[in-house]
Ligand binder design. Structure first.
Ligand SMILES: [Zn+2]
Length: 127
């Protein structure tokens, strides 16, 4: 689910209000029906609503949740790139594997120690 939330956050950052299953399927390399089901599921969880034939429209609760996940992702990316001279792309892939399960306390410890503001790709780390 966190992979979907990151895509939704990226769209939101880019000023795109509706995220369709085709777009999600492409960026996450899943089938269109899987993407569709997951977006409907996110709507059921109260993170937004699903406009049939259009896509998922995120709400305030959804943005807050997506922001938390993206914050973890970008702090981890920064940490990996900065401390292990990992390339941005590799740091991103590795961060994808752990950002969904790492605890808030560890993320806060990293943030306190390093105070990252932008990720290695140049995106702002949400607070
Ligand atoms: Zn990344």
């Amino acid at each position: 689910m966190h992979r979907y939330m990151k895509e939704i956050y990226r769209a939101y950052e880019a000023g795109i209000p509706i995220v369709g299953p085709t777009q999600i399927a492409k960026s996450l390399n899943v089938s269109k029906s899987t993407a569709y089901q997951m977006l409907k599921h996110l709507a059921q969880l109260g993170y937004g609503f699903y406009l049939e034939r259009k896509g998922f429209v995120v709400n305030k609760k959804g943005i807050e949740e997506a922001k938390k996940i993206m914050r973890k992702h970008r702090i981890l990316e920064s940490f990996l790139a900065d401390n292990f001279s990992m390339e941005a792309c590799k740091a991103c892939k590795e961060a994808d594997k752990i950002d969904g399960c790492i605890g808030d306390d560890v993320i806060n410890m990293i943030e306190e120690k390093f105070d990252y503001r932008v990720c290695p790709c140049g995106n702002t780390i949400p607070k």
